[in-house]
Design a binder for this molecule. Structure first.
Ligand SMILES: CCCCCCCC/C=C\CCCCCCCC(=O)SCCNC(=O)CCNC(=O)[C@H](O)C(C)(C)COP(=O)(O)OP(=O)(O)OC[C@H]1O[C@@H](n2cnc3c(N)ncnc32)[C@H](O)[C@@H]1OP(=O)(O)O
Length: 210
């Protein structure tokens, strides 16, 4: 387990690039594992080779996922974030950017690894992408928070294998509560999922920041 209090190593660009390359290869591996139709013996042989590679990576291990030097906020610096982290093979990854007026936007495509209903994106994956985008939009107001509520409206199925857009913006701040909303849009420009959320800045976080 990676504790919240663990000191994080911050990767320089030259350190991050090969690790991002590794994650990209593992992403290909994950998709290949989901779709492969090799025989049983070949599957066992490949599993053994992967186990050996895993041991090589484990040989030198950090206590917690590292940070990146880029990014203005704490969580979007997280190299291992499961939505946007370039070092996390589980992340699509969604490359999220914020404009000067606080709109967080990203374009991404989800492959069969993220399938829910046949040929469509899993609803929990859409929720995860929106949680991250709305959370980053909330952080654009100054200080971010933990997701206290997240409400989704799945308007139409979200297609796999096609370019999608996520957009989010904070609407208001009331004390430690930050409200935000956003959407996922399909390649035809139609909204597939709408989300609203409320983030709460933990009291102890404000104390730590002083
Ligand atoms: C750690 C610091 C974070 C800052 C980050 C800044 C950098 C950002 C950079 C980049 C953005 C990245 C984006 C990330 C996106 C992903 C985020 C996640 O996935 S978060 C994981 C899932 N969420 C949880 O695990 C929460 C678990 N819950 C909690 O920790 C607490 O319950 C928490 C913090 C939400 C509230 O705890 P309390 O002790 O501060 O709350 P009380 O003082 O009781 O309430 C404050 C007010 O909020 C309302 N409230 C609290 N929780 C509520 C809820 N669930 N529903 C409705 N209202 C709620 C209360 O009624 C109260 O309102 P009244 O002041 O009386 O008007």
């Amino acid at each position: 387990m990676s504790g919240a209090m663990t000191e994080r190593h911050t990767l320089g660009e030259d350190e991050a690039a090969p690790l991002a390359g590794l994650a990209a290869r593992v992403r290909e591996l994950i998709e290949a594992a989901v779709l492969t139709d090799v025989g049983r013996d070949e599957a066992r042989a490949v599993a053994d080779e992967i186990a050996a590679l895993t041991e090589r990576l484990r040989a030198v291990r950090r206590d917690a996922p590292p940070f990146l030097v880029t990014g203005a906020h704490r969580i979007d610096r997280q190299a291992g974030n499961p939505v946007s982290g370039p070092l996390n093979p589980v992340a699509p990854p969604v490359d999220l950017d914020a404009t000067a007026d606080g709109i967080v936007r990203g374009e991404f495509t989800l492959n069969d690894v993220y399938e829910g209903p046949p040929s469509y994106v899993h609803g929990g994956v859409s929720a995860m992408v929106l949680d991250q985008a709305l959370g980053m939009a909330a952080a654009q107001t100054g200080v971010g928070g933990m997701t206290a509520t997240l409400e989704l409206r799945y308007r139409r199925p979200t297609p796999l294998g096609m370019p999608l857009t996520v957009e989010a913006k904070a609407s208001r701040v009331e004390g430690r509560k930050i409200y935000a909303s956003g959407t996922i849009t399909g390649p035809d420009g139609r909204v597939t999922v709408e989300a609203t959320a409320m983030f709460v800045t933990p009291q102890n976080f404000l104390v730590q920041e002083r």
